[in-house]
Design a protein around this ligand. Structure first.
Ligand code: RTP
Ligand code: MG
Length: 144
């Protein structure tokens, strides 16, 4: 488990909707404005294999196939952010999974839309635990 005082790393993804809408800079700005450091940034289009590994915990859920299709629909920006409590901290910056329920002041609350689609196109991903973060960083940035 992470604690607010531990320095740690998290994996952030700006999802294809965020890249298409020109919100990469806005997401990075919010990460940096909060005081987190950018340790790595990469633009890439994810492969089936990478997404299957990244989303293994969701395999079999109704939104899994549309989620993978959405995540392959264009380039994403993968980011490793560092700082005290950055794992829960970035999830606070991101806001609730459903952009229509996310609080104002959060990335999803301020910028997210309800597109009426089968999967939440909610602009960003953030790791949810130290274990997830290290696993996901290893997938998106092998060797980092
Ligand atoms: P993330 O992993 O992207 O940071 O988001 P999260 O923890 O808030 O949400 P999670 O439960 O891990 O779900 C991963 C992503 O799957 C899509 N999703 N769509 N019912 C739906 O339409 C639905 N549920 C989940 C979202 O893109 C979510 O971020
Ligand atoms: Mg998640």
């Amino acid at each position: 488990m992470s604690t607010p005082n531990s320095t740690e790393r998290t994996l952030v993804l700006v999802k294809p909707d965020g890249v298409r809408r020109g919100l990469v800079g806005e997401v990075l700005r919010r990460i940096e404005a909060k005081g987190y450091a950018l340790a790595a940034v990469q633009l890439l289009t994810a492969s089936d294999e990478l997404l299957a590994a990244h989303y293994a915990e969701h395999e079999g859920k109704p939104f899994y196939a549309p989620l993978v299709e959405f995540m392959k629909s264009g380039p994403v920006v993968a980011v490793v952010a560092e700082g005290q409590g950055v794992i829960p901290g970035f999830r606070s910056l991101a806001g609730a999974t459903d952009p229509t329920a996310a609080a104002p002041g959060t990335i999803r609350g301020d910028l997210g839309r309800d597109w009426g689609l089968k999967v939440q196109q909610n602009l960003v991903h953030g790791s949810d635990s130290v274990e997830s973060a290290e696993r996901e960083i290893g997938l998106w940035f092998p060797g980092l």
